[in-house]
Design a protein around this ligand. Structure first.
Ligand code: MN
Ligand code: MN
Length: 418
């Protein structure tokens, strides 16, 4: 089972200038082949499928614990994307909610606002959904660990590229943190392989290869020793990680350590409602139509949704009264507001269309044509309409019998022309 904490791995800066294009790039870290969905699901399935745990407990504990941390990384990337999209559809600029999303039309991933409610999607930076094909769980511990080592290596390259491509402070804070954590996972899988086979992975593939000491956003995490810690993500279980994860860090020489329990993390952000969501009934303040209430019509933040409750309608008094144009604004006594008149006309029209449809349906059920169709003459086939009214059948000289009724033959129409 998985225990869940309402904390995120590291603190994100408060939303600043929105960056919808950058958010599209950061999607690669969520649903890309080397993204957090991939690391999370790879280690999770490997732990589900792990056989003979009793014989290789420390490796199982390591993979299972890192899997749990990776789910937290998925969460952190998703919240970073939400942070970067916050403010890209302001609810208080007068355009929202009618046109609050218009500035986003040309951005990298239209699904962020067309379907995602300004939140992260389970997709890569091309907008393609993450797929289970990205999971490698072979049942062979050495193959799985080698794959994981390579996966962490690729994941860090991806993070570095996103770091270089996106300047948004939330994206930088995210990549700064993930680069450091990915480095520990790289070291952990290298150490695990070394334990199993004696191979020195860091000589085969010098790692971590990412100069975290030169990246400003990595510094706070290096200072806190985040590059040396594997978290045992459970209150009581996965106790044998230190049998695999021990010794010194290959780059810094710092002592590697297994920390009991999850990292302290930070309070998850609570981004404000976006314009695209306001339409769904969760109004932030009421829409334009609500801004200038007609006489006697009190509007509330709940907008029309709230007005529909019978109690509220009763309190407000007669609907029709409120919709009559006041004499002060040039209205005759009892004259309806033009918009109300137009609406009533539409309703009348709709009603008549429905009545006709119901009539047709009822006659069809009774098995005879509807009244409007019963009286009408049967329509002539299209070919007859082109050729004019049907000619009387007449005997054509030379033929043994009169041309058959129904379709006039070519010859009969020839004779008609002549
Ligand atoms: Mn990760
Ligand atoms: Mn990782």
């Amino acid at each position: 089972m998985i225990l869940r904490l309402d904390r995120i791995g590291t603190e994100l800066p408060p939303p600043s200038d929105p960056d919808p294009d950058g958010a599209g790039v950061v999607q690669e870290l969520l649903g890309g082949k080397f993204g957090e969905m991939s690391t999370f699901m790879n280690y999770t399935f490997q732990s589900f499928n792990f056989r003979n745990k009793a014989g290789a407990r420390p490796f199982y504990d390591l993979i299972a614990s890192i899997a749990a941390e990776e789910l937290g990384h998925v969460e952190l990337v998703a919240m970073t994307i939400g942070n970067m999209l916050t403010g890209s559809s302001p609810t208080d600029d007068g355009a929202a909610p009618e046109a609050g999303l218009r500035d986003l039309k040309g951005t990298r991933n239209p699904q962020h606002f067309a379907a995602g409610g300004l939140g992260a999607l389970c997709q890569d930076s091309r907008g393609l959904p993450w797929t289970g094909d990205n999971v490698f769980s072979s049942g062979d511990l050495i193959e799985d660990l080698t794959h994981n080592y390579f996966l962490e290596t690729g994941a860090r390259s991806g993070k570095l590229r996103v770091y270089e491509a996106v300047e948004h402070p939330a994206a930088r804070a995210l990549t700064g943190y993930l680069l450091v954590r990915g480095g520990v996972h790289q070291v952990a899988y290298a150490r695990a392989l070394e334990n199993l086979t004696g191979a020195d992975m860091s000589k085969l593939f010098p790692s971590p290869r990412v100069p975290t000491d030169k990246i400003p956003e990595c510094q706070p995490f290096l200072e806190r020793g985040e590059h040396t810690k594997i978290y045992r993500m459970s209150p009581d279980d996965y106790n044998e990680i230190s049998a695999v994860f021990n010794g010194t860090h290959p780059e810094t020489g710092d002592e590697l350590q297994v920390v009991d329990g999850p990292p302290e993390g930070a309070e998850p952000p609570d981004p404000p409602l976006a314009a695209g969501r306001v339409r769904a009934g969760l109004r932030a303040g009421g829409d334009r139509r609500d801004r200038q209430p007609a006489e006697g019509q009190g509007r509330t933040g709940l907008g029309r949704l709230g007005d529909r409750t019978p109690a509220r309608r009763r309190r407000r008094g007669s609907c029709t009264e409120a919709r009559r144009r006041p004499r002060a604004r040039g209205g005759r006594d009892g004259e309806l507001v033009p918009a109300v008149r137009a609406r009533r006309r539409r309703i009348r029209l709709r009603r008549s269309v429905w009545r006709a449809a119901r009539r047709r349906l009822a006659s069809a059920r009774r098995g005879r044509p509807a009244r409007s169709e019963a009286g009408a003459r049967p329509r002539a086939p299209a070919w007859r309409a082109r050729r004019g009214p049907r000619q009387a059948v007449r005997h054509i000289p030379g033929s043994s019998r009169p041309s058959s009724s129904g379709r006039p033959s070519t010859r009969s129409s020839d004779s008609r022309d002549s």
